[in-house]
Design a protein around this ligand. Structure first.
Ligand code: PMP
Length: 405
């Protein structure tokens, strides 16, 4: 038996995908022209699947801050935060995040994935129970495992189901930690946080919200879905990433809990990995300041979301959530999704192809994410190319149907 035999099914499925066109898991941006355009397969391509919500990756101030930090602090920290990997920059960023979110304390992690691992594994232990929304990101699933806590999944965005499950659990002396996201990454729908807060208060549970896709995007000041719904004080722990609105890499957790900083010497994904590089931290610090100072970026993002949403719904696509910067189109089946994704790419449009089991309810999705940096002309082109692609697929279907008659 070979050690890779266990992947036979998944490899077979991957081979089938390759027969249709490009490898969706190996797309290469050979060159980046801006935060919204790059070269893919030698072709100039509009990027509509990058989570670059603020379009800040080519911001001159962020680039300058990153270059200065490399020159001043070097290319990497070569150590973990609890050894030689804490620089003044990391502390300055933690202070800026805490100040922005209005939290007592913030902790920086090396990625958003590790922020979720580190927060969940640090907060919950084997005597506790984590109640997790079933559509949660993989990093939350993995954080649950690492924590050793019992895990109970509740139906996606269903506070009544959460309430039932908490009631059923009763009291075993352990803590209850409810974990949800602000905006869900795949479908772009939002958590009903106000209702979740009512349930968690009733049961004396703690509430954790991953605002990875909502930081900078939602709320009057861009603090996320908790800000939008007016429940920030009731969210005990918040986590997020620097790899989306802030255009870099890294993640954070934040809280008002007076003992929160104990995670710095109890959370393994914080302690046993190198800290983010000085250039990353410096660009995030600058990006966060820009985001705070320029709310008009958020307005541009929402205008762009509106334009794409209206255009795609006008073409008859089934969109999985109300209008927002993540626009996921439900495709009828895997073959159509893969074919449409390839045709879009051949026509100079990159979106995310998302297939089961990585999607909720086994859906096959073309997932778009908007940027404040997209122009109205780019979005018009994207809509026009979606229209052309659906026409090609409809024509092919008709030919096949006629051939079968
Ligand atoms: N949480 C959510 C909801 C995400 O969508 C992602 C990334 N897609 C992460 C966490 C992980 O973030 P990062 O890419 O910074 O590791």
């Amino acid at each position: 038996m070979d050690i890779f035999d266990k992947y036979a099914t998944v490899s077979g499925r991957h081979d089938e995908l390759l027969k249709i066109g490009s490898d969706p898991f190996a797309v290469c941006f050979e060159e980046m022209y801006s935060s919204t355009e790059g070269r893919v397969n030698g072709r100039r391509t509009i990027l509509v699947g990058t989570n670059n919500y603020m379009g800040i990756t080519f911001d001159p101030e962020c680039i300058e801050a990153a270059c200065d930090a490399i020159k001043t602090f070097g290319t990497g920290t070569t150590g973990s935060r609890i050894a030689n990997g804490t620089y003044g920059l990391h502390q300055a960023l933690e202070e800026e995040i805490a100040d922005f979110l209005g939290r007592r304390s913030a902790i920086v992690f090396s990625t958003g994935y590790q922020a979720n691992l580190g927060m969940l594994a640090g907060l919950a232990g084997p005597k506790d129970t984590i109640l997790m929304d079933s559509d949660s990101h993989s990093s939350m699933y993995d954080g649950c495992r690492l924590s050793g806590a019992s895990v109970v999944r509740f139906r996606h965005n269903d506070p009544a189901d959460l309430d039932r499950r908490l009631t059923r659990l009763g009291d075993d002396g352990g803590c209850r930690l409810v974990i949800v996201e602000g905006i869900y990454s795949m479908l772009g729908d939002r958590a009903p946080l106000r209702e979740f807060v009512e349930v968690k208060k009733h049961h004396g549970a703690f509430l954790f919200v991953d605002e990875a896709h909502s930081l900078g995007v939602i709320g009057e000041n861009g603090r996320g879905v908790a800000e939008e719904q007016g429940v920030e004080d009731e969210v005990d722990f918040v986590a997020g990433t620097f790899s989306k609105s802030l255009g870099s890499i890294g993640g954070y957790g934040a809280s008002n809990h007076p003992k929160f900083d104990v995670l710095r010497f109890t959370s393994r994904p914080y302690m046993f990995t190198a800290s983010p590089s000085p250039s990353n931290v410096a660009s995030v610090l600058t990006a966060l300041k820009r985001l705070r100072a320029e709310p008009e970026r958020r307005q541009r993002l929402w205008n762009n979301a509106r334009q794409l949403y209206d255009g795609l719904s006008g073409l008859g696509f089934e969109i999985c959530a109300p209008m927002g910067p993540v626009i996921a189109l439900k495709m009828p089946d895997e073959a159509t999704a893969v074919q449409a994704w390839n045709l879009l790419l051949e026509n100079g449009v990159y979106v995310n192809l998302a297939l089961p089991p990585g999607t909720p309810n086994g859906a096959c999705l073309l997932r778009c994410s908007l940027s404040a940096a997209h122009t109205a002309e780019q979005i018009d082109q994207v809509i026009e190319r979606f229209g052309a692609v659906t026409a090609i697929i409809a024509d092919q279907r008709e030919m096949v149907a006629q051939a079968g008659e």
